[in-house]
Design a protein around this ligand. Structure first.
Ligand SMILES: Cc1cc2nc3c(=O)[nH]c(=O)nc-3n(C[C@H](O)[C@H](O)[C@H](O)COP(=O)(O)OP(=O)(O)OC[C@H]3O[C@@H](n4cnc5c(N)ncnc54)[C@H](O)[C@@H]3O)c2cc1C
Length: 495
């Protein structure tokens, strides 16, 4: 008889794992607490607009396509990728702007408007970080580290030292580039893993590097169309998704996971894969202290967590041709305002990420309208006194609009809003059970990566696996897809 698998959570990690296991003949049931699947990769739909709730930057499309290849399907039957050029438009508080092109000729011309020295510096920076990326990809991102010897061996340790030079991301960027504008634009992208470029290890400079070298891609219909594609394949393979049903407990008997408990009672399975955020799941869904292993409540509360985000979704009744799909606004006093998110304050002059998919995708907004997300990094809900009530939300909105007034072409934006909603750290906590309301899960500090990050295979409970952004290899959709690949390999290895 085919083995049965229960997956707790229908985030991108849970869904990708389900499709792959179904294609190998497993019986898979997914339990999701919310009505709509997708987890943080989610959707707001109105009569005029289709907003991606959070994630929007699609790097390394090959990893997205890999799920289709693995299960013998053609991705073109499900989704449509559109390459972007420029990959980013940067706006600065002094009114200037700068484009990062994918096309190397246009990129070089754009860089030379800063200086020839910075143009050379940027290419040297890319080449250095690319070398590190190839090492990380070969030795770390695709290794499950389920055994100590997988990590503590001569080759891994030597490679680890090679990729982790000890300067922070910003210092590393500055050693190649003089222009503050370009430095800040690169550093802003290394923030995407939820760690400060002024403190975080310079390995996260691989985010801007991968974006530049492999380009950025847009999915027609936005990021949620990837979730819709995974859902479609799950049903085609005969999988089951049960929504509106929070799992209350992962049932463990004699050292093995044997099912889950929900409002409908106990559902038994041979294997349980937990996609709910790891620190939340260990604390709330695993009741047995021995099964928690080293992740006691005390340890969970002492670990380091990524920042969170404040997002405004704005539906606009006119087009803003000056916007690109991905825009970064660099505000005054960049370092102080970026560091706010990590020092427990909301920023006064926030730098902004502005996503405008309707620039190239008619399915995201009605004709002559624009849908934009504006995202600000803010503190998570751990150890600070910020309450995300109407007053805080209004303060944040005013600060965002004050910054937008520095971009001449967007100065009338407030007059043209016909839809508005916000997503706060509190939504991350209550909607998705993200521990501490973080946006990106456990912080990827050096002591919380690779072997030191929670493992995808429980070391204490048989037949229990974890997939998602707080476990190895880390955060971001493509990295979570790698986590799902590793989980499937581990499950098949056991068979
Ligand atoms: C604001 C923001 C912007 C981002 N931008 C990008 C980006 O541009 N590009 C990118 O690649 N990544 C981005 N990310 C990161 C990316 O979205 C995440 O890394 C990824 O979506 C995490 O997927 P996951 O499967 O690990 O978990 P989640 O999406 O957290 O899914 C977990 C699922 O488990 C469910 N669940 C929790 N508890 C229970 C329970 N008890 N019972 C049943 N179900 C439960 C949740 O409801 C959820 O559906 C962004 C994230 C945020 C928040």
């Amino acid at each position: 008889m085919n083995k049965s698998v229960i997956i707790v959570g229908a985030g991108v990690g849970g869904l990708a794992t389900a499709v792959k296991l179904l294609s190998k003949g497993y019986n898979v049931t997914i339990y999701e607490k919310n009505t709509r699947i997708g987890g943080r990769v989610n959707l707001i739909e109105t009569d005029n607009f289709r907003f991606d709730l959070t994630a929007s930057i699609l790097m390394t499309p090959e990893i997205y396509k890999d799920v289709f290849r693995y299960v013998g399907k053609d991705y073109k039957d499900y989704i449509n990728f559109i390459d972007l050029d420029p990959i980013y438009r940067a706006f600065y508080f002094d009114g200037s702007h700068f484009d990062l092109f994918r096309d190397i000729g246009k990129l070089t011309e754009s860089l030379e408007t800063l200086s020839k020295k910075d143009s050379i510096g940027y290419y040297k920076f890319l080449s250095k970080v690319y070398e590190k990326y190839l090492i990380a990809n070969k030795y770390f991102l695709n290794n499950s580290f389920s055994q100590p010897l997988d990590f503590f061996n001569f080759v891994s340790l030597q490679k680890m030292l090679k990729i982790n030079t000890f300067s922070n991301a910003y210092t590393h960027i500055s050693s190649y580039i003089d222009s503050d504008n370009l430095r800040n634009l690169i550093a802003f992208q290394s923030l995407y893993v939820g760690i400060s470029p002024f403190d975080g290890p310079n390995i996260y400079n691989l985010v801007p590097t991968i974006s530049q070298l492999y380009g950025l891609t847009h999915l027609e219909g936005g990021m949620y169309s990837y979730i819709e594609a995974l859902e479609k394949m799950i049903y085609e393979f005969g999988g089951k998704i049960i929504t509106d049903t929070p799992v209350e407990e992962i049932v463990i008997e004699n050292g093995s996971a044997t099912g889950i408990k929900s409002k409908s009672g106990i559902d038994k399975a041979d294997i349980v894969v937990c996609n709910a955020d790891f620190p939340y799941a260990i604390k709330e869904l695993i009741k047995d202290n021995e099964a928690k292993g080293k992740y006691t409540d005390k340890k969970i509360s002492k670990m380091k967590y990524s920042c969170s985000t404040f997002i405004m979704h704005l539906g606009l009744k006119k087009k803003y041709p000056e916007l690109s799909v991905h825009n970064i606004y660099i505000g005054d006093d960049f370092e102080k305002n970026i560091q706010s998110a990590f020092f427990k304050n909301v920023p006064e002059n926030p730098s902004l990420y502005i996503y405008c998919p309707s620039k190239i995708d008619d399915t995201m907004a009605k004709e002559d309208m624009e849908c934009i997300n504006i995202t600000v990094r803010v503190p998570n809900l751990l150890s600070n006194d910020i309450t995300w009530n109407e007053e805080t939300i209004n303060i944040m909105k005013d600060r965002v609009f004050a910054q937008l007034s520095n971009i001449e072409s967007l100065s009338d934006i407030q007059e043209n809003i016909i839809y508005e909603s916000v997503t706060t750290p509190y939504d991350m906590l209550t909607r998705f059970n993200s521990y501490g309301g973080t946006s990106f899960g456990l912080s990827p500090t050096l002591l919380q990566t690779n072997y030191f990050r929670p493992h995808i295979k429980s070391p204490t409970v048989d037949d229990l696996y974890f997939v998602g952004n707080s476990v190895h290899p880390g955060t971001g959709i493509s990295i979570v897809l790698l986590s799902s690949k590793l989980v499937v390999e581990e499950i098949l290895k056991k068979l």
